[in-house]
Design a protein around this ligand. Structure first.
Ligand SMILES: *Cc1c(COP(=O)(O)O)cnc(C)c1O
Length: 396
C-alpha cells in the first residue's frame, strides 16, 4: 500500500513544527522559524499565549461539551459581546470557516424563501474568491482547480469579476438572492475591494432587497486594524462569516446576521453538534478579551502602517523582484514580478521565515497581531537577506 495514513490532499513541506513560542515555531529537529503566516491568519495571539491557554485549560476541567439542546450561558455571553462589537443582532457558532459560510449561504436563501420567494436562491460571487472546501463553498468559487473531480457543483452561484460593480449590477436577475464577497481576497492574493465597489454592492442590495453577505473568515477579527474589515469601508453587511482568528488557534467560527438577515433561520432550520460548545466559547472569549478593544486595534493599525512603509522602501531596492505592497493592517501582500512560490520556499527553507503563498504571485504576510518590534526587525533582516541571495529559478 503506498497511500499515507494522512490522506494525501496536502503537499506538505519539510517544516514539521512541534512547539510554538510567541511569534516562532520550533521544528522537530529544533530549527526555529519566524512565523509570519500564523496558521493562515489564525494564531492572532501568537503561540502559547497565556490567557488563551488558561481559558482553555480551565474550561476543559469544568465543562468541555454539552449539546445545543441545552441552554448555553457561555454561548449567550459571547454572542452578546459580538452583537455589541458589530453590526449583528444574532450569532450562530460553527467549528470552521466553511461552516460559517455555509450558514451564511443558507441564511441568504432562507431570507427570501421564508416569505415564499423560492426563486431567489442565487448568490453572485467573485472571481478568485475562496470560501472553503465543502461542496457549497467550492461551488461559490470560480476556481476550477477546486472543482476538478468533484462535479457536479451545487447550483445557485454566478461568478463575476472582482471589484467590477457594473458587472455585478448586470448579473442581477429574478433569481438573485444576494452577493457573497470577501472585502479583502485572501487566497486570491490579498486584494482589497475598492470602497466604491463594496459601497456599490451595499446600495444595490438595498435597492433590490438582496442580502449582502461578507466572508471575513480571513480578513476579520482585528487582522486589518478594525474588528471587521468592512468597518473601514463605511458599510455593514446583512450576514457575515467569521472564523480563523476568532478562536486564536482553537477551531471556531460564526455566522453573524442582522435580525433581517436571519429572518429565515428559525427553530429547526439549522444546527451543529459541536458549534459553540463551552470549550470553543472559552477560546473565543479569551481572544475577544485580548483584541476586542480600540487600544489593541490601534496598535494593529500602527504596526501595519510601520511594516507597510518599510516594505515599500525595501521593494525599491529590488525593482526586478517586487511589484507592489497591498492590504490593510497586518494583512499584507507583496506582489512579485516573478513567480512568488519559489521565493516563498527560499525564505522558508534558507532563511527560516514563514509566509504564505497566494494567488496573483503574491506573498502573504500575516504576522500574529501581537508581533513586537524585535520580531518585525527579525522579519526585515530575513526578508532582506532572502532577497539579496535569491536566484530566480530558470523557467522550466
Ligand atoms: C480559510 C477561509 C475559508 C475556509 O475556512 P476553513 O476554516 O478552512 O473552512 C473561507 N473563506 C475565507 C475567506 C478563508 O480565508
Amino acid at each position: 500500500m503506498s497511500i499515507t495514513p494522512l490522506m494525501p490532499v496536502y503537499p506538505r513541506c519539510g517544516v514539521r513544527p512541534v512547539r510554538g513560542e510567541h511569534c516562532h515555531l520550533i521544528d522537530e529537529d529544533g530549527t526555529r522559524y519566524l512565523d509570519f503566516a500564523s496558521g493562515i491568519a489564525v494564531n492572532l495571539l501568537g503561540h502559547s499565549h497565556s490567557g488563551l491557554i488558561s481559558a482553555i485549560q480551565q474550561q476543559a476541567a469544568t465543562l468541555m461539551h454539552v449539546s445545543n439542546l441545552y441552554g448555553s450561558p457561555q454561548g449567550e455571553a459571547l454572542a452578546q459581546r459580538l452583537v455589541d462589537l458589530t453590526f449583528a443582532d444574532t450569532v450562530f457558532f460553527t467549528n470552521s470557516g466553511a461552516e460559517a459560510v455555509e450558514c451564511a449561504i443558507k441564511a441568504a436563501r432562507a431570507y427570501h424563501q421564508s416569505v415564499g420567494n423560492d426563486e431567489k436562491y442565487e448568490l453572485i460571487t467573485f472571481n478568485n474568491a475562496f470560501h472553503g472546501r465543502t461542496m457549497a463553498t467550492i461551488s461559490a468559487s470560480n476556481q476550477e482547480k477546486m472543482h476538478h473531480g468533484f462535479m457536479p457543483l451545487l447550483p445557485g452561484f454566478k461568478y463575476c469579476e472582482f471589484d467590477d460593480l457594473a458587472a455585478a449590477k448586470a448579473l442581477i436577475g429574478p433569481n438573485t438572492a444576494g452577493f457573497l464577497v470577501e472585502p479583502i481576497q485572501g487566497e486570491g492574493g490579498i486584494r482589497p475591494a475598492s470602497a466604491a465597489f463594496l459601497q456599490g454592492l451595499r446600495a444595490l442590495a438595498d435597492e433590490h432587497d438582496l442580502m449582502l453577505v461578507l466572508d471575513e473568515v480571513q480578513c476579520g477579527v482585528a487582522r486589518t486594524g478594525t474588528f471587521y474589515a468592512h468597518e473601514q469601508y463605511g458599510i455593514a453587511p446583512d450576514i457575515l462569516a467569521t472564523a480563523k482568528g476568532i478562536g486564536g488557534g482553537f477551531p471556531f467560527g460564526a455566522c453573524l446576521a442582522t435580525e433581517k438577515g436571519a429572518r429565515g433561520m428559525t427553530f429547526g432550520t439549522h444546527g451543529s453538534t459541536y458549534g459553540g460548545n463551552p470549550l470553543a466559547i472559552a477560546a473565543g472569549m479569551a481572544v475577544l478579551d485580548a483584541v476586542g478593544n480600540e487600544e489593541f486595534l490601534a496598535e494593529v493599525r500602527e504596526k501595519g502602517d510601520r511594516i507597510r512603509a518599510r516594505l515599500e522602501q525595501f521593494i525599491g531596492n529590488y525593482p526586478d523582484l517586487f511589484e507592489l505592497v497591498r492590504g490593510k493592517g497586518l494583512m499584507l501582500g507583496l506582489k512579485m514580478k516573478v513567480e512568488s512560490r519559489p521565493f516563498f520556499v527560499h525564505l522558508r527553507d534558507n532563511h527560516h521565515l514563514l509566509t504564505v503563498a497566494a494567488g496573483d504571485n503574491t506573498l502573504r504576510i500575516l504576522p500574529p497581531l501581537v508581533v513586537g518590534d524585535a520580531e518585525i526587525n527579525e522579519f526585515f533582516d530575513k526578508l532582506s537577506a532572502g532577497a539579496a541571495d535569491y536566484q530566480i529559478p530558470e523557467a522550466a
